[in-house]
Write a protein that binds this ligand. Sequence first.
Ligand SMILES: C[S@@+](CC[C@H](N)C(=O)[O-])C[C@H]1O[C@@H](n2cnc3c(N)ncnc32)[C@H](O)[C@@H]1O
Length: 308
Amino acid sequence: MNAADFDYVRKYVREQAAIVLEPGKEYLVESRLLALSRKESLASVDELMVRLRAEPKGPLHRKIVDAMTTNETSFFRDIHPFDALRKWILPEVIARRAPERKLTLWCGAASTGQEPFSVLMLIAEHFPALLSWDLRFIATDLCTEVLARARTGRFSQLEVNRGLPATLLVKHFSRQGVEWEVKPELRRRVEFREMNLLSEWSLLPPVDVIFLRNVLIYFDVETKKAILAKARRVLRPGGYLLLGGAETTINVDDAFERVAFDKTTCYRIKGEANAAGPAATSSTESRPALPKAFLPRVPAPSAVAAPS
Ligand SMILES: C[S@@+](CC[C@H](N)C(=O)[O-])C[C@H]1O[C@@H](n2cnc3c(N)ncnc32)[C@H](O)[C@@H]1O
């Protein structure tokens, strides 16, 4: 594609979604625009660009931003954060929130839904008593198209083959033609909403665990700083932030501290281990006391098997 068209798309996407498309990504941008032009029944990327420039900030612009998002995801992606969630993070926040019986989770780049549904399945398997609490699971993304898919709770055979243990597939999904659908009792527990991480987060309640995995990698340092500052504001005292394996708060927002668990690292606001009460610990040595209702079902460490 020509430099002027690449520059137009690059600037617009950066302004709207903070996604950085460096020079050298022309091929990627062109192939995604080609797919979009076909969807829009346009003859070529050139025609798409002409339309785009003729209707500035119209619906086509929105579709361009959506088309430039990378929505790669899978069930129990990178498994270790889910192990940490099961062994330490959820027991700790559950113990802390037991008096109110209220817990809020937020997944800020939910894509097609595999991540929030993985967390919910983990809860259903290992902390089923939590389902009788005031449990809110908010899952947001910028991209309208992936959210529409996530809301259906439907996944292809290929998608369920990626990371989902067969036992969980059989238990939590039903077959719908060639697809698999998350059973309604889990599906209705996730509130899928459109939300740009660049926007104000005023609609978010205080959150106990934030999942912002594999999205900061697309942003420049200033945007990461701004997003992490907002994450600090919505995180409850002692709450946890989970990032992707290639992401960190180190040298971006030093108000966060790393909390090392077995084979993964999560983040918490510095100095809040004590402020949050006796249940909070940054050590994998000590485990918090779980409320009684949770005790019979606390799993052996290997209960959620790493996907093959
Ligand atoms: C690679 S996926 C990560 C999905 C999931 N968190 C995971 O780790 O498997 C990144 C997601 O971030 C979303 N995204 C990109 N920029 C965004 C923004 N400015 N606000 C909200 N979501 C954004 C994309 O639409 C995409 O679905």
